[in-house]
Design a protein around this ligand. Structure first.
Ligand code: FMN
Length: 213
């Protein structure tokens, strides 16, 4: 049975653009997979713990020698990786905050990279490959070539590298200039913002359009 993992990470509640995009994608996926099931995780409202020294040491200590605190951190990694393993499609909402990923997404990725669970340490091969990871990005500004802050988007280049060892390969659909309608100084960018959102929505609507039900 097809299974989708839906993850949000916005801290902007009902005003979130990425939450709207992930909801749209999940609705499209459900329409194309009437027998499919969905698991939901909200990193923005319920962040997973950062890797502390227990999580760090758990990664270099044989499981049978884990202290209780290391075992507890390892269990979080096991749970998050099991969620990914159970899914053939993952939809991740990914805002840009302070030119990087939400810290909750960084913590999620840190947990996902775990020897023996998400990659084979002896061969380096990723154990999560073969899944479709669709990342629905949202960002207040615009960072394309020729813009003043081109290169300041550190999310899009980082995520594929952060996950590379696991075999997950994200593909991105992004709505940019989302702050244009709310920041007066950006008012002249509203048409571009609307265009970016419409393009993102169109791409989302096409993701599973060819799947026959
Ligand atoms: C804490 C915070 C930091 C932000 N930092 C940036 C930034 O560095 N660059 C940018 O383009 N937009 C920034 N924004 C605007 C968000 O990227 C924008 O609101 C986007 O729509 C966020 O996705 P969301 O609506 O799903 O939360 C920031 C917003 C917040 C709340």
């Amino acid at each position: 049975m097809p299974h989708l993992l839906h993850i949000d990470s916005s801290i902007k509640g009902n005003e979130s653009v990425s939450r709207k995009l992930t909801a749209r994608a999940v609705a499209a996926w459900r329409a194309a997979h009437p027998d499919g099931t969905v698991t939901y995780r909200d990193l923005g409202r319920n962040p997973v713990p950062h890797l502390d020294d227990n999580g760090g040491l758990a990664r270099q200590t044989p499981v049978e020698q884990h202290t209780p605190a290391q075992a507890a951190s390892w269990r979080v990694s096991e749970e998050l990786i099991a969620e990914v393993r159970a899914a053939d499609t993952i939809v991740l909402g990914l805002p840009l905050y302070n030119y990087g990923a939400p810290s909750s997404v960084k913590a999620w990725v840190d947990h996902l990279v775990a020897p023996g669970l998400s990659f084979d340490p002896s061969t380096g091969s990723g154990l999560l490959e073969g899944r479709d990871l669709i990342v629905l990005g949202s960002r207040g500004g615009g960072y394309g070539p020729e813009t003043p802050r081109h290169g300041w988007d550190h999310v899009t280049p980082w995520l594929p590298h952060g996950l590379a060892v696991t075999g997950l390969e994200p593909r991105f659909i992004t709505a940019e200039l989302t702050l244009a309608p709310v920041v007066p100084a950006m008012a002249e960018l509203i048409p571009l913002a609307e265009q970016s959102l419409a393009e993102a929505e169109r791409e989302i609507d096409g993701l599973w359009a060819s799947v026959s039900v």
